[in-house]
Design a binder for this molecule. Sequence first.
Ligand code: SF4
Ligand code: SF4
Length: 96
Amino acid sequence: MTYVITSACVGCLDAACLEACPIDCILGPVAPEVLAAIPRSERGLRLPGVQLFIHPDECIDCGACAAVCPAGAILHEDDLPPGADDLVRARAYFRA
Ligand code: SF4
Ligand code: SF4
């Protein structure tokens, strides 16, 4: 089982989830060191459309990231709404 980052992450990118994940299985199209160099308050504006993803095959289902996400963007896969494509998008991101 895995937790999943939904599109509610777009515009946040405060990266609290990155710091909370014990196995570093959260990644995105922007390298963590690049993200860290941009002030948190500017990330949503300077990186439009960007979100982070949880590697579904590596996540150990601990929930630490969901507990700290200020946007409520991280859900357990069982709690995704019917028809949500967030897990499909995460799998596609890591296959690419
Ligand atoms: S804490 Fe939540 S909204 Fe912020 S980057 Fe992580 S998943 Fe996205
Ligand atoms: S549930 Fe745990 S292991 Fe999975 S992404 Fe979140 S913090 Fe990392």
